[in-house]
Design a protein around this ligand. Structure first.
Ligand SMILES: [Fe+2]
Length: 242
């Protein structure tokens, strides 16, 4: 499986705190059947002030540590950027690493706050679309506006965004309402792919295998394979794995 969302880079966001934790997370992901993983640390001004430099530095240290421990996991990096007024400037100054490509467009992982869908998201999505950037919104099933007003997810989808569901949501790691929401979104073909969004071993481990198994059971192995392998592979077709 190919995991396009993870926080295993040490010390630069709310994921792994040390290289030892990075190694433990990489090992656990590999045990889940993940062969390739994109590290996507937060870029969230005022909270996680990451830049290409901080990400690259932590990435190099993590890759070296993972290889030294013979963990069969290929890595690359991008970011999970928080929606905000600074996004256009960061795009025009090439300050954001992209997740990959989809249908000729660069793919940006754009995080909304969990509490709501902010006013202006449609303008930003249109601005990005005009610049041939495909927006992926992670974990829509955990957004409180989507949970309360499901039609808002349909509205976002019609704007042209892709949705990435969280692996753990399918088996109920978050809550019953999140679980119901993600299965409904899958039923309605709103989900483009599934990723772990792993942060730590105790509360937010990699749950790609559990997601693969329960989606296979309910929707068939072809659907599970599309969501956890084929689409992520398409997006990272030109990625240089390390
Ligand atoms: Fe994340």
């Amino acid at each position: 499986m190919i995991d396009l969302h993870s926080h295993i880079l040490a010390g630069i966001d709310d994921g792994a705190r040390t290289l030892e934790e990075s190694i433990a997370l990489a090992k656990q992901a590999s045990e889940q059947g993940v062969t390739h993983m994109v590290c996507t640390p937060h870029i969230h001004p005022g909270t996680f002030d990451n830049t290409l430099t901080t990400i690259e530095k932590s990435f190099v240290a993590t890759v070296n540590a993972v290889h030294q421990h013979d963990i069969p996991l290929k890595l690359s990096y991008a970011c999970e950027v928080r929606l905000g007024i600074e996004v256009p400037e960061k795009i025009t100054s090439n300050a954001l690493p992209f997740l990959g490509h989809f249908q000729g467009k660069r793919v940006l992982l754009l995080e909304l706050p969990h509490s709501h869908i902010p006013v202006g998201v449609d303008s930003l999505v249109r601005w990005l679309t005009k610049r041939d950037i495909q927006v992926v919104i992670p974990h829509p099933e955990r957004n409180r506006d989507v949970l309360a007003h499901y039609e808002k997810a349909i509205w976002l989808k019609r704007l042209g965004v892709m949705f990435q569901a969280t692996a753990g949501a399918f088996s109920g790691t978050f809550s019953e309402s999140v679980k119901q929401c993600v299965w409904q979104m899958l039923e309605d073909k709103l989900i483009s792919y599934v990723a772990s969004d792993m942060h730590n071993l105790h509360k937010r481990p990699n749950e790609m295998k559990a997601a693969f198994d329960c989606i296979s059971k309910d929707k068939g192995e072809v659907v599970a394979n599309t969501l956890l392998h084929t689409v992520p592979a398409q997006i990272t077709e030109n990625t240089q794995w390390r």
